[in-house]
Design a protein around this ligand. Sequence first.
Ligand code: ADP
Length: 172
Amino acid sequence: MTLELIRGDITRVDADAIVNAANSALLGGGGVDGAIHRAAGPELLAECRLLNGCPTGQAKLTRGYRLPARHVIHTVGPVWGGGARGEEATLARCYKSVFALVEQHGLRSVAFPSISTGVYRFPIERASLIALREIQAALGRLPQLEKVTVVLFSQADLETYQRALAALSSEG
Ligand code: ADP
C-alpha cells in the first residue's frame, strides 16, 4: 500500500482509475476536466451525458475510453468562498465519495489531481492536508487498494503536497 506524490499530467497516468475535478454538469470544462475529456475522446462525454450531473461532494464512475486509465471517477469539489461555508468538510466528502466507488468496484490503483485548487480557488495548503488525510485513511482501511498517486501539475503544488505530507507524518 503506497502513496506517491508526482509532478505530471494525470491524463498520462496508467491506473485503475483517475479522478476528474469536474463541475456539477459533468459535461466537461476547463483545467483538468478539459484535459481528461480531450484525452479520453468523445465517448467519455457521451457516457457523462447519461449521468444527469453530479452534486458537489459526490462522485460518479465512467469508463476511461482512450485514456491509459481504465476508469474516470468524476467528483465535484467545493468552490472556495472564504471557508465558512463548509468547504473543508465538502472537500473531504469528495475524497470519501471517490474511495466509496474505489471500494465498490474493487479498484487497486487510483490517481488524484488537486481537487478544487484551480478555478475553484480552494487554498492548496489547506486542500493538501485534507486530501492526504483522506487518502491515508483509505489506504489504512481498504485492503484491495495498492497504490494512490497524487498528480500535481506544477512544481510549487508538488512541494506544497510534500510539505503537507511531512507535517502529517510528524503529527503521527
Ligand atoms: P477545480 O475546478 O476543481 O479547481 P481545476 O481543473 O481548475 O479544478 O484545477 C485543479 C488542479 O488540477 C489545479 O491544480 C490544476 O493546475 C490541475 N491540473 C490542470 N490540468 C491538469 C492535468 N492535466 N493533470 C493534473 N493536474 C492538472
